[in-house]
Write a protein that binds this ligand. Structure first.
Ligand code: MG
Ligand code: MG
Length: 253
């Protein structure tokens, strides 16, 4: 069932979204060559705890995973597309690092992801992240009243042309729960699907793989999704609210 939020509920989600943005900022600032992914997780966890919020990913246990998620952030390095568990791996020069974070504040969820390069960037990776960010912006720009769900996916996929888009994973409705209806696919046909209306709150999250092959396989831990091609991936996400006019991004600082 799709729930539409009132103006005051969107404000509450904005507050949750800000905590997520601050947690991502703390993890990003901590990211450097030689730093472990667990240290980034700790940085995000501290921000969330100090804000009086609750991590949304910790102990989250969706049907596809063999075990509950053991951390506050997902940290996905290089050929890991999404859902990497932040463990003892220490970042290396040139790594592409995706950080995804979710939190609940006063019963409302925020969900956002960034991808960055640690140390010396490779030009191909810079382009990957730029295109992913453009795809996210295009998807958000399509989230206006009167458009349909397919317009969001269409905007993402056309912007990300030439890159692999993993099937099965995409964005989602968000509100009192991190994952709500409706699904927000990263592909779509314009003019098709649910009509978008003010009060609809969505997490939009393109994930792109260099080289055009979006197929993935799960790591031994059952969580991290690696690209089959071995190519690097980027994942970026914002929680947004559809308004009477332009979409409002709830997970910026
Ligand atoms: Mg997320
Ligand atoms: Mg999400």
């Amino acid at each position: 069932m799709v729930e539409f939020k009132t103006a005051s509920e969107v404000e509450a989600m904005r507050a949750a979204g800000q905590v997520v943005a601050q947690a991502l900022k703390a993890a990003k600032e901590r990211a450097a060559v030689g730093v472990s992914l667990a240290e980034l997780d700790e940085a995000a966890a501290t921000v969330i705890a100090e804000a009086g919020a609750k991590p949304a990913f910790l102990h989250y246990h969706p049907g596809f995973a063999p075990t509950p998620f053991p951390a506050v952030i997902c940290a996905s390095v290089n050929d890991v597309i999404v859902h990497g568990i932040p463990g003892g791996y220490r970042l290396r020069d040139g790594d592409v690092l995706g950080i995804d974070c979710g939190a609940y504040l006063d019963g409302w969820a925020g969900d956002s992801a960034i991808t960055l390069i640690v140390g010396t960037p490779r030009p191909r990776d810079v382009e990957l992240i730029e295109v992913a960010e453009r795809a996210l912006a295009a998807g958000i720009a399509a989230a206006v009243p009167g458009n349909r769900m397919g317009d969001i996916g269409h905007a993402i996929a056309t912007t990300a042309e030439g890159y692999g888009l993993p099937p099965d994973f995409g964005g989602h409705g968000i509100g009192r729960r991190m994952h709500e209806d409706p699904a927000v696919p990263n592909r779509g046909r314009s003019g098709r699907g649910m009509v978008l209306r003010p009060g609809l709150t969505l997490a939009i999250e393109p994930m792109l793989v260099i080289g055009g092959d979006g197929r993935y396989y799960p790591a031994a831990d059952g969580w991290a999704l690696h690209s089959v091609s071995g190519q690097r991936a980027a994942h970026v996400e914002h929680t947004i609210a559809i308004t009477d006019t332009l979409p409002r991004i709830l997970t910026t600082l």
